[in-house]
Design a protein. Structure first.
Length: 153
């Protein structure tokens, strides 16, 4: 955002003082925003896609709990080995005299036998002052067929 008035200059100055996302918020987003699966082969070999732990589950069930990480999982009978999920989430906070709604993109890559890899990108912020005036600070989007494309220049 190019600041065009005093309000936008104040918002841009305060945005430099925002704290990065905490590990607690990171863990919450991973637990609550994406689906958690256990991939099961026809003979019963089941793999938790969160932690990569593998075990034998004799009876086919809709859901199960990983014996290693205690995550509640949806059982999916498949030969797939990889899974990628993307999800948006927001965090409401304050900074100075402003209320800030921070928007994030959570990208989770899961592969059989490995712990899930997460990355979180802050894609935008809505700033409100006490009078209700609003400003937006965000990453520029790229035109194209893909939904989650951003210009990081």
């Amino acid at each position: 955002m190019k600041p065009r008035n005093k309000f936008e200059k104040a918002v841009l100055e305060q945005s430099k003082h925002l704290c990065p996302i905490t590990k607690t918020q990171d863990k919450w987003a991973f637990r609550e925003c994406i689906d958690h699966f256990a991939y099961r082969l026809p003979k019963g070999r089941t793999t938790c896609m969160d932690c990569g732990h593998s075990w034998v589950m004799n009876k086919h069930r809709e859901t199960c709990t990983c014996p290693h990480c205690r995550a509640k999982l949806q059982v999916k009978g498949t030969y797939e080995r990889k899974l990628q999920q993307k999800q948006y989430f927001t965090i409401l906070t304050t900074c100075g005299e402003f209320q800030v709604l921070r928007m994030f993109l959570l990208i989770v890559g899961m592969e059989k036998g490995y712990k899930a890899q997460t990355s979180i990108i802050e894609i935008g912020q809505y700033w409100w002052n006490m009078q209700g005036r609003k400003a937006v600070v965000a990453i520029q989007r790229v035109l194209g067929h893909y939904v989650d494309t951003f210009s990081y220049l």
